[in-house]
Write a protein that binds this ligand. Structure first.
Ligand SMILES: NC(=O)c1ccc[n+]([C@@H]2O[C@H](COP(=O)([O-])OP(=O)(O)OC[C@H]3O[C@@H](n4cnc5c(N)ncnc54)[C@H](OP(=O)(O)O)[C@@H]3O)[C@@H](O)[C@H]2O)c1
Length: 303
């Protein structure tokens, strides 16, 4: 079996590649950075540049499944030019994969694609539980990005390729991601929630994230799936669990919403939006989370 991974050098991709290589699964990966082509021992790198419509078609040789993770980070300030990059790095890269497979016609073996997506597709809601059938809209910038991205991924169905979209929650890892800046604040005893602190945080441990991708590929899942732990928590609970795991005090009152809006503008959605996302569909697929509780998940990453 061979997989092709885009965004393999990122937070999720790095762990996913490691796991596949341990299982002796063949890994090809696409990178937008030529210096990374030979960086992953045991895997074969290929260059692509979705903004110039360039891709090395050899990347598809003998590939059974595609895992699509690429996209420029959403943690940089959302200037209007950077917003275009957030959008195009997801939408145009998906279009390029689609057009390449279409061009290859019968000379490829790809049977399924599993793409990252995000719970940011759901409207923010303080109370409602969000399932895969919750109505989505293009109200916010992030909803527009994710909807457009998912639409391009769904197009693979017209090529008789099975499609799964994993709507990821906040992925918790040892390094970087959402825990990166929060750990620094906690280290100095400056942990604090944002806004009311009552907003839902739907999170998932990196270990379970990698397992869900592998299972979705192996079992050829089709459709949309929330990739979140079964137990979302309020932001206050999340931040206090983090402080506790780091043996630091959780002292400060929440930082007011108006102040956050003033400093980071539209990007404040990332920390003020509320998502109580259900993992029921993934549970019903027989997936068992190794880290269903936030305290244990954080302890495992911070010990
Ligand atoms: N981590 C989370 O909490 C989370 C939550 C929800 C959704 N997601 C989504 O899941 C995907 C993977 O997440 P991640 O945390 O692993 O992301 P990441 O660490 O930011 O890595 C994404 C990868 O995308 C590639 N990339 C960067 N800019 C690009 C561009 N302009 N065009 C094409 N590719 C580009 C890079 O690989 P190369 O340099 O090798 O090309 C990078 O390593 C992302 O699309 C992210 O939006 C993540």
């Amino acid at each position: 079996m061979k997989v092709l991974i885009t965004g393999a050098s990122g937070l999720i991709g790095t762990e996913l590649v490691k796991s596949y290589l341990t299982k002796r699964v063949g890994v090809n990966f696409l990178t937008t950075n030529k210096s990374k082509i030979n960086q992953i021992q045991g895997a074969k790198g290929f260059y692509w540049n979705p903004s110039n419509n360039f891709i090395d078609l050899n990347c598809f040789d003998d590939v059974d499944s595609i895992i699509h993770l690429s996209g420029s980070t959403i943690s940089k300030l959302w200037t209007s030019s950077y917003k275009k990059k957030i959008f195009s790095s997801r939408v145009d890269s998906t279009k390029l994969l689609y057009n390449s497979i279409k061009k290859l016609m019968n000379s490829h073996k790809v049977k399924n694609i599993v793409s990252a997506s995000a719970i940011g597709i759901y409207p923010s809601d303080d109370n409602e539980v969000q399932t895969e059938t919750t109505a989505t809209s293009q109200e916010s910038f992030m909803q527009n990005v994710v909807l457009s991205w998912e639409r391009e991924v769904t197009a693979f169905e017209s090529l008789k390729i099975k499609v799964a979209k994993l709507r990821l929650g906040l992925v918790l890892t040892k390094k970087g991601g959402v825990l990166g800046p929060l750990k620094i604040a906690a280290k100095f005893g400056l942990s604090s929630a944002f806004g009311t602190g009552k907003q839902g945080q739907s999170w998932i441990h990196i270990h379970d994230t990698v397992r869900i991708f592998i299972e979705a590929v192996e079992k050829k899942w089709e459709g949309n799936f929330n990739a979140v732990s079964p137990n979302p928590v309020t932001q206050t609970k999340f931040i206090s669990a983090l402080a506790k795991a780091m043996k630091r005090p959780f002292l400060l009152p929440p930082i007011p919403k108006f102040f956050i809006n003033l400093i980071i503008g539209e990007m404040s959605h990332l920390i003020l939006d509320s998502h109580w996302v259900s993992s029921e569909k993934v549970n019903n697929k027989g997936f068992k989370f190794d880290y269903p509780e936030v305290n244990k998940a954080l302890e495992s990453l911070l010990k």
